[in-house]
Design a protein around this ligand. Structure first.
Ligand code: C5P
Length: 226
């Protein structure tokens, strides 16, 4: 089985409030997209890549793609739709058992070590798996009016990170069954009654979402020294 990588990069990144989608913001002298693809390529140089892009995206530069074997697919209305498009685009070539890792373009700080550990775990796990980090903060539930209704026990709670990886056939079936509310691949697989593996990953695998995240990502990349 050869590895497939799906990178949803068709979001508009409205929460950034920037003049361009967040994957094109400058980071450590490059763009977020270039750095994310460089990390994936360092871990899996022989993988095949499917990049989901907004059809109206005018900033994409194919020179930023380090993979020899890659294709571009149009993104959908929601993240899950973008991933569905990617799976449809590779369906003629992919075998049901081929591993597919889905990674947010907005996570450039993922390390090669975490990527490889996740891929190794996915290869062994019938229900696939995801990078995840234990929740460190105490979790509050609000009462809908700005007050606290209660405190959620944080033991056993994890942040779902990416990549998330599954066999192609399973992922396709799960996303076809799942609706628009699917915010990550694992939840679609869970809805089939399966239990993806939690692979503990680094907490600095930040998803660039808000303006202050860029400076944080820059500091994380510098500290990683990779
Ligand atoms: O906006 P958010 O950070 O949750 O998006 C997560 C990832 O999904 C990003 O990489 C974004 O580009 C991608 N996405 C997409 N298609 C959409 C919405 C988001 O590929 N319709």
């Amino acid at each position: 089985d050869r590895l497939w990588l799906v990178v949803p990069a068709a979001g508009r990144g409205r929460r950034m409030g920037a003049d361009r989608p967040k994957q094109y913001l400058p980071l450590a002298g490059r763009t977020v997209l270039a750095l994310t693809l460089a990390r994936l390529h360092a871990a899996f140089p022989g993988a095949r890549l499917c990049l989901c892009l907004d059809p109206e995206d005018a900033r994409f530069d194919p020179a930023e793609v380090p993979f020899a074997d890659w294709r571009r697919v149009p993104g959908g209305a929601e993240r899950a739709d973008s991933v569905r498009h990617a799976l449809a685009a590779i369906a003629d070539e992919a075998e049901a058992a081929d591993p597919v890792l889905v990674h947010d373009v907005a996570r450039p700080c993922v390390t090669v070590d975490d990527l490889r550990r996740l891929a190794a775990a996915v290869a062994e796990a019938p229900a696939g798996g995801l990078l995840a980090a234990p929740v460190a903060d105490t979790m509050k539930r609000d009462d809908g009016a700005g007050g606290v209704r209660g405190t959620e026990p944080r033991a056993g709670l994890w942040h779902a990170l990416t990549p998330q990886g599954f066999a192609f056939g399973l992922l396709r079936r799960a996303l076809e069954a799942g609706g628009a509310a699917v915010t990550d691949e694992a939840s679609a697989v869970e809805a089939l009654g399966l239990a993806p593996r939690l692979v503990e990953g680094r907490r600095d695998n930040l998803k660039i979402t808000h303006p202050e995240d860029l400076a944080l990502a820059e500091a994380i990349l510098a500290a990683q020294g990779l």
